[in-house]
Design a protein around this ligand. Structure first.
Ligand code: DGL
Length: 289
């Protein structure tokens, strides 16, 4: 707890500063904008800062060490911009860096601040949905390598059979705007077939980009497989989290503002940005170090 200054005027200023705190949303690039869109629909009153590390995306093929370093830098940036709570909207960063950050980095450097990820909301929703206890996960190669989804599921229920499938071609396909290319269906079928053979009844879309392929995935898997989308589950879990953490919630400013930062501005930023976010965004370029 920070101490309150003695005189009344100073107290009012202090309280105003306390209430200017924002929610930071971080992703390796554009994909987290899909989750941010859902978050805003559900929790529109707060002020948000989005940071996409577009200069260094994708994270999904990188080592754990480098993902941890990059994620720490993003966290430093967002906390320096007066965020009180950060959502790591990137599955790869949530899988490879979040636990270490929550355990080692935050308690030492930012003991009063919070960082949350996207894996646990997805896992909790999958456990609510599955009936036959066979859950599939599609994600980047780094996320699958970490086994973070399997670990989180087994912490909650060891009887669940978990099948993780790396889908390295899906992020480039989505970013190239090739959702409707005929090769996309062939590639999706190839990735999903091993999970179908295991008779999963629930599939987690464990990567920011896969929401854009959801209709195609649904068509291949059929109506008997429930699909868990983080753009739907994370916003609801965030609402609950803020409700349960009212002292944090009260410090957050509520002017419905939105600021976007990225580490590179490419020509297709507007196209990809609006594809994921659903409308045009204005982005400010920054450097992470
Ligand atoms: N944001 C990443 C994720 O959700 C996908 C893109 C990347 O590999 O950086 O895993």
């Amino acid at each position: 707890m920070t101490e309150l200054p003695a005189n009344r005027h100073a107290i009012i200023i202090h309280m105003k500063i306390q209430r200017t705190k924002k929610i930071g949303v971080f992703d390796s690039g554009f994909g987290g904008l899909d989750i941010l869109r859902g978050i805003i629909q559900e929790n529109g009153e707060y002020d948000y800062l989005y940071l996409g590390d577009t200069a260094r995306t994708p994270y999904g093929t990188r080592s754990q060490e480098i993902i941890y370093e990059f994620t720490k830098q993003a966290i430093d940036f967002l906390f320096a911009k007066n965020c009180e709570l950060i959502i790591i909207a990137c599955n790869t960063a949530s899988a490879e860096a979040l636990r270490k950050i929550q355990k080692n980095y935050i308690p030492k450097k930012y003991p009063h601040k919070k960082v949350l990820g996207v894996l646990i909301p997805a896992v909790e929703s999958a456990l609510e949905k599955t009936i036959n206890k066979k859950v599939g996960i599609i994600a980047t190669a780094s996320t699958v390598r970490s086994c973070a989804f399997t670990k989180e599921i087994h912490k909650r229920d060891t009887s669940i059979r978990v099948y993780e499938q790396a889908c390295p071609l899906l992020v480039p396909i989505v970013e190239a705007g090739e959702k409707y290319h005929k090769a996309t269906d062939i590639i999706l079928r190839e990735y999903l077939q091993p999970l179908q053979k295991k008779h999963i009844d629930t599939l987690i879309l464990g990567c920011t980009h896969y929401g854009l392929l959801e209709s195609k995935i649904k068509k291949i898997l059929g109506k008997d497989v429930a699909i868990i989308s983080e753009a739907r589950t994370v916003p609801k879990k965030l609402k609950l989290y803020l409700h349960n953490h009212s002292s944090l919630e009260q410090t957050l400013s509520k002017k419905s503002s939105l600021l976007f930062y990225s580490t590179d501005l490419t020509e297709n930023f507007q196209t990809l940005g609006s594809m994921f976010f659903g409308k045009k965004i204005n982005v400010k370029k920054i450097t992470l170090q």
